[in-house]
Design a protein around this ligand. Structure first.
Ligand code: IPE
Ligand code: IPE
Ligand code: MG
Length: 247
């Protein structure tokens, strides 16, 4: 929501969004089932949270399961659901102790009661933590997010003249966070795959061939270094071009 003024690019992004892609290929390269890659992906995420927090990033939002991932074979889908439960029981205590505030974004109506309860527990347990906010996008889609926010407008009977970008932003799934400064996608594809369509309007994009389970400290630092070089203008001019009229 709040945006940095033109040409001011703090070296460290406040908010980083990541499409954690490439688990399946990582496993295939090792002649292992795709699930093995997802399992390694969870461990990579736990390490990444720590590294981003250590670098001063305040918000990390990761794409774990998209609205479209239901198209995958049912064994993979149920494997991923089960993996979330295992991950919560394995890592929640550590993350809570490390000062991580956990939020889940996405459509919860389609997941099992057990999963919903695990998320609610994770959110409640960590709600007062302040080191870093980890938002896990699960059954999330950027288009879903816009529609669910608009539905709130309809339900609240908002008048057209009161309906604007700020109003909508307050109802979007990441209303508690500033817009992502840096949007990373691992795994080599150069697309957004329906991740934060609204919120990433002015994010700096960073694509890497690195497959998600291999995305460690070195790769994180490379992404942060690339970000620090970017000239963010938000539609304005570079600082050295923005001389007052008539001079
Ligand atoms: C990303 O890895 C994780 C999820 C979508 C759950 P993929 O499973 O898409 O891995 P690739 O792209 O097939 O390698
Ligand atoms: C995006 O990856 C979704 C997640 C990482 C959760 P996909 O692997 O689903 O994206 P596509 O199908 O290559 O666009
Ligand atoms: Mg993929």
């Amino acid at each position: 929501m709040s945006q940095t003024p033109p040409s001011v690019n703090p070296a460290v992004p406040r908010h980083v969004a990541v499409v954690m892609d490439g688990n399946g290929r990582w496993a295939r390269q090792r002649y292992m089932p795709r699930f093995f890659g997802h399992k390694q992906g969870v461990d990579a995420l736990v390490r990444a949270v720590d590294t981003f927090a250590a670098r001063g990033v305040e918000f990390l939002t990761v794409f774990a399961f998209s609205s479209e991932n239901w198209k995958r074979p049912s064994e993979e889908v149920s494997g991923l659901m089960g993996l979330v439960l295992v991950a919560v029981s394995k890592y929640l205590t550590k993350m809570a102790g490390d000062g991580v505030r956990i939020r889940i974004i996405g459509d919860r109506s389609a997941v099992s009661d057990k999963l919903r309860q695990a998320w609610e527990h994770a959110e409640t347990l960590t709600r007062n933590n302040t080191r870093i906010t980890l938002s896990v996008a699960f059954n999330y889609g950027g288009r879903w997010d816009v529609v669910q926010a608009c539905r709130q407008a309809l339900a609240e009977g908002v008048k057209p003249e009161d309906f604007d970008e700020a109003w909508l932003s307050r109802r979007m799934a990441l209303s508690f966070a500033p817009d992502p400064d840096l949007f990373i996608r691992t795994g080599g594809e150069m697309r957004m795959s329906n991740f934060l369509l609204w919120q990433a309007a002015y994010s700096e994009l960073f694509f890497t061939e690195c497959l998600w389970p291999d995305f460690g400290e070195v790769e994180i630092d490379a992404a942060l270094a690339a970000f620090a070089q970017r000239d963010r203008r938000f539609g304005g001019l570079r600082a050295n071009e923005a001389v007052p009229a008539g001079t």
